[in-house]
Design a binder for this molecule. Structure first.
Ligand code: CUA
Length: 341
């Protein structure tokens, strides 16, 4: 497990470092380092809005400082009022028309950016993924590949001369969530009983960090996600490994029995077994994931055991209950889960 998984906890120094050095996608997320076509469009529109706001800010502050210095009270001033100006058409027109023009320009640029991104036609070779927002984790389904996974979206990277776009169908199982990976695209909400769409096109291989961006309940903050962009070959290997049924290691048969005799199977699926629950994340390839609890903890054997002992201690309010397992049962179930590579 590399240290970048912990970057959530050390964001401030990492952000400072990010300001100085070019940011690789996996280090820390940054809206000013777009690495995907839609994120580039959003970035350009945002820069324009920032530049306009900065110009207004500088102008207002400069006039204010000038007025404060130039017209400050001096010894020997009489107490009389300066000349008062009422109803100057020129001044009133200037401060009405100018802001309207600025706002209209910003509206047009924003509308054009949104139309360009949303209107982008889905190429026939686009990878299709359905993302389902749930309290408080992400389900990723690849309908054409027969893969179901959670919290970590694996996609191919887009290379010059070999563009590869991923189109996401966004759904919600309970409340409104929002899919946001700042370096890949703007936010798009996942809304119950409605289907939204968005697309991403990472230009660099690596891990992109994201987060649910719409308050969705107690553990909204621990509804993190990561997008892992692979070279085409690496992605092919990942697909092949995910398409395999769950490993069945005879060494872990006791843990396996305990797992299948508890209510774990009511909420979790393990492909190729009788566990068909759909309420919680699919566990078929649990150990291929970097984190537990949608980014709440790194996926290490110790954390996995702590999670199984009491998920509420790591992610208070999460919908997985404390299963009240004995130490021995814990060890055996964890030993089984560790075989789900
Ligand atoms: Cu899901 Cu906030």
């Amino acid at each position: 497990m590399s240290s970048r998984v912990l970057s959530y906890g050390t964001r401030a120094p990492a952000l400072l470092a990010g300001a100085v050095y070019a940011v690789a996608p996996e280090q820390v997320t940054n809206i000013f380092e777009p690495l995907s076509t839609p994120a580039h469009s959003v970035y350009r529109a945002a820069l324009l809005a920032l530049a306009v706001c900065a110009a207004i800010f500088v102008t207002v502050v400069a006039l204010l400082v000038y007025a404060i210095v130039r017209f400050r009270r001096r010894p020997g001033d009489d107490a009389s009022e300066p000349p008062q100006i009422y109803g100057s058409n020129q001044i009133e027109l200037a401060w009405t028309v100018l802001p309207i023009l600025i706002v209209v320009v910003l509206i047009l640029v924003a509308a054009r950016t949104i139309a360009d991104v949303e209107g982008y036609p889905q190429p026939p070779d686009a990878l299709k993924v359905t993302a389902v927002g749930r309290q408080w984790w992400w389900e990723f389904r690849y309908p054409d590949l027969g893969i179901v996974t959670a919290n970590e979206l694996h996609i191919p990277v887009s290379e010059p001369g070999r563009r590869q776009v991923t189109f996401l169908t966004l759904e919600a199982a309970d409340v409104i969530h929002s899919f946001w990976v700042p370096q890949l695209a703007g936010k798009t909400d996942l809304i119950p009983n409605r289907v939204n769409r968005m697309w991403i096109e990472p230009k660099q291989a690596g891990t992109y960090l994201g987060n649910c961006a719409e308050y969705c309940g107690t553990q909204h903050a621990k509804m993190r996600l990561r997008v892992i962009a692979h070279s085409p070959e690496e992605f092919g290997a990942w697909v092949a490994s995910q398409q395999r049924s769950a490993a069945e290691d005879p060494q872990a048969s006791i843990g396996r029995e305990i797992f299948f005799s508890t209510s774990c199977v009511n909420c979790h699926s393990i492909q190729g077994t009788s566990a068909k629950g759909t309420f919680g994340p699919d566990l078929t390839h649990l150990m291929s994931r970097q984190t537990l609890g949608s980014g709440a903890a790194p996926n290490t054997p110790e954390k996995l055991r702590a999670w199984m002992r009491n998920p509420q201690a790591i992610k208070e309010g999460c919908l997985m209950p404390d299963m009240q397992l004995s130490n021995q049962e814990l060890d055996q179930i964890v030993a089984y889960l560790l075989t789900l590579k």
